[in-house]
Design a protein around this ligand. Structure first.
Ligand SMILES: [Zn+2]
Length: 300
């Protein structure tokens, strides 16, 4: 299955993506990870990406798409992929569609994990991390028994500076501006499905897999049937061909026997055609010889 995952920061799409990878044995393709990998391994595209980043510029869509294409060309991507973090705008979505079409692997589903912005605000601004053991809390949804204190180790809970309300609101606004057009884009293609990203993780995942089963599995089943039917037809045609060719193969003597009469028949024809011309125009004696020979052979 080939899926693009859409969802705001804090929507929990990362968690859902991990669960999908486990359940369907497909790969999550994160452009951030791919870029870091390409730069680290020093591939051609990685070198270009590094040069761009060193110059303080954004890596171009062309490079990102090239890296994604390289990744999707790996045999292990055959079973499918989940794209997370790409595309982020319409030109990227169009370029991605064009690339996947060339590869014969069009997207099947754009899955939006939808969460109200006020819930997102609380999820992101309410996060608290234990400075000692790393345990994660949320002052709105999963608060510690004692405010500011880790239940597990008694450590002090910390509030990340980029989790403050103003920064989070900016991030969500940017996300909305980027994603809203993508939602329309995939909706127009009939590929958009929305899963409510609120409630227990297991319940959200059930919703997500129900959508996938409904959207992708029937299509996969139909495609499987079509492939099976065409394979069966090809097999039947091959068997019929084999049955025809099997007859001369069973009687090896028949082939040489069939070939011999052909030059015999052809030779007299040529001789007959050539002979009368020559005979009429010039040398009846010479022309007569092959005719006689041909006749003699025929009688034998
Ligand atoms: Zn702790």
């Amino acid at each position: 299955m080939r899926i693009v995952l859409l969802g705001a920061p804090g929507s929990g799409k990362g968690t859902q993506s991990k669960l999908l990878v486990e359940k369907y044995k497909i790969h999550q393709i994160s452009t951030g990870d791919l870029l870091r990998q390409a730069v680290a391994t020093g591939t051609e595209l990685g070198k270009r990406a590094k040069a761009t980043m060193n110059a303080g510029q954004l890596v171009s869509d062309e490079i990102v798409l090239g890296i994604i294409q390289e990744r999707l060309s790996h045999p292990d991507a055959k079973s499918g992929f989940i794209l997370d973090g790409f595309p982020r705008n319409i030109p990227q979505a169009q370029a991605l569609d064009a690339m996947l079409a060339r590869m014969g692997q069009p997207l099947q589903l754009a899955l939006l994990v939808d969460v109200d912005s006020e819930v997102l605000m609380k999820r992101l601004t309410g996060r608290r991390n234990c400075g000692s053991c790393g345990a994660i809390y949320n002052i709105y949804f999963s608060p510690p028994k004692t405010a500011g204190k880790c239940e597990k180790c008694g450590g002090v809970l910390q509030h990340r500076s980029d989790d403050n309300e103003e920064t989070v609101r900016k991030r969500l606004t940017v996300y909305q501006q980027q994603t809203a057009p993508l939602v329309s884009y995939y909706k127009a293609q009939g590929k958009l499905r929305t899963a409510r990203g609120v409630g227990a993780i297991g319940a959200i995942f059930k919703n997500v897999t129900d959508i996938i089963e409904a959207q992708i599995r029937p299509l996969a089943a139909v495609m499987g049937q079509i492939e099976q039917a065409s394979a069966a037809r090809a097999k039947a045609a091959k068997a019929a061909k084999a049955a025809k060719t099997a007859k001369p193969a069973a009687k090896p003597a028949a082939k040489p026997a069939a070939k011999k009469p052909v030059p015999k028949k052809a030779a007299p024809k040529k001789a007959n055609k050539a002979a009368p011309k020559k005979a009429k125009k010039a040398a009846p004696k010479k022309a007569g010889k092959p005719v006689k020979k041909a006749k003699a052979k025929k009688t034998k």
